[in-house]
Design a protein around this ligand. Structure first.
Ligand code: UDP
Ligand code: MG
Length: 336
């Protein structure tokens, strides 16, 4: 039985590392080598005691074999390969479930979250903050349409949400272990990570940076995906869209009551008045339209309730590499 000090350094560390990076990869084959060399360089001055949890989110190119090649050379690289593409937020969740570091940093594989910023994040964490998030001072890397819609989204979201999310802040941040444990206890099926990060609270601080262009490849988000992402964000952090109909309905009811009284009195005084096609149509169409919108919004929430009650696991793992122990069991994780 080897004693702890007999264990060679090349083996995966048995104790929790200082830092864990959690990186989702979806068809990022071309960027892998640049990514790891930038990371190695950036972390060289900070610590050697880190792990990189790479989550292969159902890549269909050579991402997984490339990751395995890197992992064979560096025991600090660990791989979780999901059974299919689950989307970035779920991939991050899978990574956070497996990260053991004292501090955990989720970051993108395309180097849009510059590894050189890790030093600044760690420094603020050492000063006693539990969460240090990286805020973009400029979104020049995004197109005009994306900038405008993102701005509108943040504004609208923060106006109606129970808890505001910081503007222009992605998933790139450092979290203390306590925060990661808190996050892991949240198993919402609709995973809007930005909202969850805010929900858990803790002492937060921010560091500013300029978001660079993607190193290689192109963005995986289509307009439609961003739209659905925005709806997920709104519905998972606010019930205002549901409640607003009560008030609108009440206002319409008051108006209708007054109008009805007026029609009754007018008919009593002036007798029956047949014309009125235009006003009839306007009322019918307007109320019909409002009804359909309200039902649609109910549907959005019911669909999410449906997802929640189905109790499916958040993700399924096809293979894992570089983990010495099974992950902490959770009820909703697949048994391995
Ligand atoms: N990603 C993922 N699953 C997906 C889409 C993206 O894991 O279904 C990863 C992707 O590999 C990258 C990160 O999420 O590491 C950010 O993706 P992308 O650069 O496409 O998003 P953007 O920076 O344009 O918001
Ligand atoms: Mg990107």
């Amino acid at each position: 039985m080897p004693r702890p000090d007999d264990v060679k350094m090349s083996q995966p560390p048995q104790t929790a590392p200082y830092l864990s990076l959690v990186v989702p990869f979806h068809n990022e084959e071309r960027g892998i080598d640049v990514f790891f060399s930038r990371i190695d360089k950036a972390l060289a001055d900070i610590t050697g005691d880190y792990e990189i949890i790479c989550v292969d989110d159902g890549s269909t190119d050579g991402t997984l074999p490339a990751l395995k090649r890197r992992a064979a050379q560096d025991p600090r690289i660990r791989i979780i390969s999901l059974s299919r593409n689950f989307g970035k937020d779920i991939a991050l969740t899978a990574g956070l479930d497996h990260a053991t570091g004292e501090a955990v940093i989720p970051m993108d594989a395309d180097l849009q979250d510059p590894p050189e910023l890790i030093g600044a994040l760690v420094e603020k964490w050492r000063q006693g903050h539990d969460v240090v998030f990286a805020t973009r001072v400029s979104r020049r890397a995004d197109g005009l349409a994306k900038r405008v819609t993102a701005r509108l989204f943040y504004r609208f979201h923060n106006r109606i949400a129970d808890l505001p999310i910081p503007h222009d802040t992605g998933d790139f941040r450092l979290m203390d272990r306590r925060v990661v444990e808190a996050l892991r206890s949240v198993r919402d099926k609709t995973r809007f990570m930005k909202g969850l990060f805010t929900w858990v609270g803790f002492r937060q601080a921010s560091v500013e940076y300029v978001r660079p262009e993607r190193a290689t490849g192109e963005t995986k988000w289509s307009f439609w995906q961003l739209w659905n992402f925005a709806i997920d964000g709104l519905t998972s952090n606010s019930t205002l869209p549901l409640r607003i109909w009560t008030y609108l309905g009440f206002v319409i009811f008051l108006f209708a009551f007054g109008f009805a009284a007026w029609i009754v009195i007018r008919t009593l005084i002036y007798g029956v008045d047949v014309p009125g096609y235009a006003s009839m149509m306007v009322v019918v169409l307007l109320l019909g339209g409002i009804n359909i919108v309200a039902t649609g919004i109910l549907g959005e929430y019911i669909a999410r309730i449906f997802n929640e009650v189905r109790q499916r696991p958040l993700y399924l793992i096809r293979e894992r590499h570089g983990f010495s122990e099974p992950a902490t069991p959770r009820d909703d994780l697949p048994s391995e």
